[in-house]
Design a protein around this ligand. Structure first.
Ligand SMILES: Nc1ncnc2c1ncn2[C@@H]1O[C@H](COP(=O)(O)OP(=O)(O)OP(=O)(O)O)[C@@H](O)[C@H]1O
Ligand SMILES: [Mg+2]
Length: 381
């Protein structure tokens, strides 16, 4: 005996609600993608689905997911999915819905009061000290802990983050919203995704500012626990723009043990004094190479990270900790080249463990202050 028609329709509706759009990661029913469905007397279900863009590459996945979810409903003998495309109005509707219905103006959600996303900007004085490697490994380690993580490759000139994370896919657009590709549980956006392959990008300050603002506002990040920004080296336009766009971002300084690198790293960190941003700590990278004998060879000298942390503590009048020392290991580079960060590829390698330990210290979610009692006790009672 088959179920009565209405409850069977409800069951199909419920089954459809378990299917997420693979890019937006929300139920297709919430996104207005299910235009209608019918069920004939033989139990054949036809679903009319509206894609956000025509030629959506994830059409097959949607087809499979819908078919298997709806087939499981008792009384359903088969499933057919007809694909259509959203009209401009429907896409605008979706965009409003994704933005929480709060009008069309893009806002940077992480800069809103009460945002619970922790934002870390990875900075350095010198180039090539391992900022991007540290960023992608921290991101992967944090995502592996179950946190929702996003990365902005803010290095307009040297974007390397997508390759290092194996997220080379193009972002999809829904109207003005950009859906970031995801890899190893990390959502990634880079300027490299918007320019022709390896085209040299020469952007002036105001354009940079606008691009960053767009990354932060127009990308649909969802509810992130942590956002990491890979900054270009030095104390340039990007750092200043970011301070304006995300005043609550905390700075993480990467340096090598070398004295010359440490000096410029200190300068990069000290700008937080002017921008009133918190400095979360210093990471020393390329600290030593472990020889087969177990001996540590200090290729770039020693002590740079500690010196930077101490000097910055003095300059800022607040404790700036040395969060970790990451040894040199060819597997760091190989893993980066292969798009699988070393914390995932070789989690027991000392370099991976050093980065994971830093991630552990960054993983604490920001407590929202909204609705919190201030904890002020009346004095003397
Ligand atoms: N601990 C490490 N051991 C071995 N190789 C490393 C290590 N850290 C980084 N590398 C390698 O050093 C090179 C530079 O690293 P990376 O690109 O992360 O630095 P960066 O500071 O982001 O550079 P840029 O200033 O060019 O953006 C890369 O080839 C990377 O694979
Ligand atoms: Mg880099």
């Amino acid at each position: 005996m088959s179920a009565p028609a209405t409850s069977r329709e409800e069951a199909i509706q419920a089954a459809l609600a378990t299917v997420d759009d693979p890019e937006i990661r929300r139920p297709i029913t919430d996104l207005g993608m299910v235009k209608s469905f019918t069920i004939d007397e033989d139990g054949l279900v036809r679903v009319e689905l509206l894609l956000t863009v025509s030629g959506c590459p994830l059409r097959d996945k949607l087809n499979n997911d819908i078919t298997s979810a709806v087939s499981a409903v008792p009384g359903v003998s088969g499933v057919l999915v007809d694909f259509g495309v959203m009209s401009k109005e429907q896409r605008q509707d979706l965009q409003t819905r994704l933005r929480g219905g709060g009008g069309a103006e893009p806002v940077i959600p992480f800069a809103e009061p009460g945002s619970r996303t922790r934002v870390y900007a990875i900075a350095s004085g010198k180039g090539g000290v391992g900022k991007s490697s540290v960023t992608v490994n921290l991101a992967a380690a944090l995502a592996a802990r179950g946190l929702s993580v996003g990365v902005v490759d803010a290095d307009i000139y040297g974007h390397s983050v997508p390759r290092m994370l194996g997220a080379a896919g193009k972002p999809t657009r829904v109207e003005d919203m950009i859906m970031p590709p995801e890899s190893h549980g990390v959502k990634v956006i880079s300027i490299g995704m918007f320019t022709a392959q390896n085209a040299a990008v020469v952007w002036r300050g105001p354009m940079l500012h606008r691009a960053l603002q767009q990354f932060l506002a127009d990308v649909y990040w969802g509810d992130l626990d942590v956002l990491l920004l890979d900054l270009p080296p030095g104390t340039g336009d990007v750092a200043i723009s970011l301070a304006q766009l995300l005043p609550n971002a905390e700075i993480l300084v990467v340096t090598t043990p070398q004295t010359a690198a440490a000096e410029v790293a200190e300068r990069a960190g000290a700008i937080s004094l002017q921008t009133h941003q918190r400095l979360v700590g210093v990471v020393e990278n390329m600290s030593w190479l472990e020889l087969p004998t177990g001996e540590r060879m200090e290729i770039f000298g020693s002590g740079g990270g500690q010196v930077v942390a101490e000097k910055l503590s003095r300059t800022l009048g607040a404790e700036v900790p040395l969060l970790g020392q990451i040894p040199l290991d060819t597997r760091v580079r190989e893993a980066g080249d292969a798009g699988l960060p070393i914390v995932l590829a070789e989690p027991t390698a000392p370099a991976a463990q050093a980065i994971t330990a830093v991630a552990d210290r960054l993983a604490v979610r920001r407590e929202s202050l909204v609705g919190k009692p201030l904890g002020l006790k009346p004095a003397g009672r």
